[in-house]
Design a protein around this ligand. Structure first.
Ligand code: TTP
Ligand code: CA
Ligand code: CA
Length: 618
């Protein structure tokens, strides 16, 4: 079946100009993702890490800059790309191609330092990469998106990208600008589900817009391979203007506004795409780069997609794409359009409807800010030299914990969040699944790396035992750990119960005095001055049991907190284990015993999994 046989059929197939009613304008949410006036943008930072470093070091933006992680280039700015340098280029090669290249190595954590620094010659053997700067800048960017467009939905998609749903603010402007779109009144001759009157004949596109051409006749006028039509003030195409185009042009104005805020406030250039849905917005964002704003009107969708090598499309680049390419001898989207929905679903399962739709530029996924619940923070290190004995462990745990401390403290500047649990994951040579162990992470007012280290070391001992224990256990395999990760999970607003013990861990950790503990609070034992050990009591708010904790008199506040924390964590473990045995859902511990990934298990699910499942069945 040829989907382009007839005009009507093409329209239907691509869903290019569905009827727009007053309801779509006045209650945009009612039609949700099916609203024909839906306008979605995707903003992606140009050469993001390179721009961050340029701003930090105040380097002229016209100079060629690369960002290095060990000996790989991870970001190449556009002036450096002019020399032919790409992400895959070897550093030495890049320096030959461009002798004046500015090379910045990312910041690193070093054991014993509690913040990441720009060390002169960091090496993978004893340093850990820090991406803190980029995360921080990312948060600032997202906050500017939200404050500039308070009625738009913003969804952070990666460290340097976000989707923005412009539908609501666009429709506010639409009704202000076009009085003929006023809502029906009882005396109107039309009602909410009436079709809108004819749209204006012309649109003025913001001059920053690159309009994707609607057909080959508009393309490559200067002989450029994929030259777009640059906006020239009025509508450029011979195509009849639709209300969707009008909405898109308003969206493009807002998109420019928000991109300009980023440029003015933070000095970063961005590239963006705007279209009727997330898939197309993301795809068209890289149509022209850098500092570009690419607009894909509905009428331009078929021409734009048909010539596209379909394996360039996200999620079609992997195995699935390879199978489709082979099965249909297909290269471009057009080559796959002959597969109708029934055939697609028969061959690849019912879920493959998303492939069918994506090939036609249809995507009904929502732009939704991810709720901050169950947020996790993970610091991970692939170890260049495996950990084989206890003595190798602490340096890495300290480095990872220093990073987590920085990140959690930063998150706490923005709001009173705290992690529910801390988890340790290790990956051993010869074991297919990582080992994980987690424990509740009680509140401390002054969070330092050492507090986390104490909790993590405890998990380490539970997960791997000690050298001595392994030596006496004939079943224990030789330890050879190649990845170690520590995660905070459930990072969210503090709960009442957690706050209750705040006084106990803070910098005002009790010195010797005569008070006895209250429920849920710690107080110290009336220990004589001359003793080097001080005993402090903790009363568990859950079971009212009081536990004594020994701390050293000359321990500083952090050390005390760490010691107390270790004991308390152990007690909480007991409650946790009790809960687990009740739920019989999550078994923490090593290897085979783990039944299902629990809150402490970090497992990424790829979207491909679903569709690949169908291939496997097939
Ligand atoms: P990208 O958005 O893929 O690339 P970019 O921003 O450097 O360049 P472009 O202008 O083409 O968008 O990635 C964003 C940042 O993520 C990038 O600056 C560095 C980091 N990154 C890596 O560390 N490793 C990688 O393999 C990729 C793709 C990105
Ligand atoms: Ca980018
Ligand atoms: Ca990106």
């Amino acid at each position: 079946m040829d989907p382009f046989r007839g005009k009507a059929q093409e329209k239907d197939e691509w869903n290019l100009s569905p009827t727009v009613t007053y309801r779509h304008v006045h209650s945009p949410q009612s039609a949700g993702v099916h609203n024909p006036l839906r306008i979605i943008g995707l903003i992606d930072m140009d050469a993001f890490y390179a721009q961050c470093e340029q701003r930090r070091l105040d380097i002229d933006p016209t100079l060629p800059v690369v960002v290095l992680q060990w000996d790989s280039l991870i970001a190449v700015n556009y002036p450096a790309r002019k020399f032919g340098i790409a992400r895959m280029t070897k550093l030495k090669e890049a320096q030959k191609m461009c002798p004046n290249l500015v090379v910045v190595h990312v910041a690193t954590y070093k054991d014993g330092e509690n913040e990441a620094k720009y060390h002169p010659n960091p090496d993978n053997k004893s340093y850990k990469v820090s991406l803190d700067l980029y995360r921080r800048e990312s948060t600032k960017i997202i906050n500017i998106f939200k404050s500039t467009l308070p009625t738009a939905e913003v969804e952070k998609a990666s460290v340097d990208e976000a989707f923005i749903d412009f539908t609501v603010p666009v429709q506010q402007i639409l009704v202000e600008r076009y009085p003929e779109l006023a809502a029906p009144t009882p005396s109107s001759s039309y009602h909410m589900d009436s079709e809108l009157p004819l749209p204006p004949l012309d649109i003025s596109w913001h001059p920053s817009c690159n309009l994707v051409p609607i057909g080959p006749e508009e393309e490559g006028k200067e002989g450029e391979e994929d030259s777009s039509t640059s906006a020239s003030g009025t509508s450029t195409s011979k195509q009849v203007v639709t209300w969707q185009d009008v909405a898109l042009s308003i969206g493009a104005e807002l998109l420019f506004k928000v991109r300009n805020e980023i440029l003015q406030n933070l000095g970063y250039t961005t590239s963006a795409g705007i279209a009727r849905n997330k898939f197309l917005a993301k795809l068209v964002a890289s149509y022209r780069k850098p500092a570009s704003q690419n607009v894909l009107a509905n009428a331009a969708i078929p021409h734009y997609l048909k010539s596209m090598p379909f394996q360039k499309i996200r999620f079609l680049g992997g195995k699935l794409g390879a199978v489709l390419a082979e099965e249909y001898e297909a290269k471009t989207v057009a080559d796959l359009l002959s597969i109708d929905l029934t055939e697609m679903q028969t061959k690849f399962g019912p879920d493959s409807i998303w492939v069918y739709q994506v090939l036609r530029g249809i995507d009904h996924s929502e732009v939704k800010e991810k709720p901050p619940v169950n947020k996790s923070m993970l610091a991970s290190k692939n170890l260049p030299t495996p950990i084989r004995k206890d003595g190798d462990t602490l340096q890495w745990i300290r480095v990872l914990c220093a990073e987590l401390a920085v990140r959690l403290n930063e998150a706490r500047e923005a709001g009173t969040v705290w992690p529910k649990t801390i988890a340790l994951h290790t990956k051993q040579v010869g074991e297919s699944a990582p080992r994980s162990k987690q424990a509740p992470f009680p509140f401390v007012r002054e969070l330092t790396g050492d507090v986390i280290v104490a909790a993590a070391m405890k998990l380490w001992k539970e997960l791997h035992g000690t050298d001595a224990e392994r030596a006496t256990n004939p079943n224990a395999p030789n330890m050879k750990i190649i990845n170690i990760a520590i995660a905070f999970t459930g990072v969210e607003a503090l709960e009442q119960g957690q706050r209750g013990i705040e006084g106990f861990f803070g910098p005002n950790l009790p010195g010797p005095s005569k008070t006895r503990p209250n429920i849920g609070q710690i107080a110290e034992d009336p220990t004589p001055e001359e003793d080097t050990e001080i005993s402090v009591d903790y009363t568990c708010p859950k079971c009212s049991k009081t536990i004594s904790v020994s701390v050293q008199r000359d321990d500083d506040a952090e050390m005390r907190a760490a010691r107390i924390h270790a004991v308390k964590a152990e007690h909480e473990d007991f409650h946790f284990a009790q809960e687990l045995s009740r739920q019989d859902k999550l078994v923490i511990g090593g290897g085979k015993r783990r039944r299902s990934p629990g809150p402490g298990t970090v497992k990424k699910r790829k979207k491909d999994d679903g569709i690949l499942g169908y291939f496997q069945k097939k």
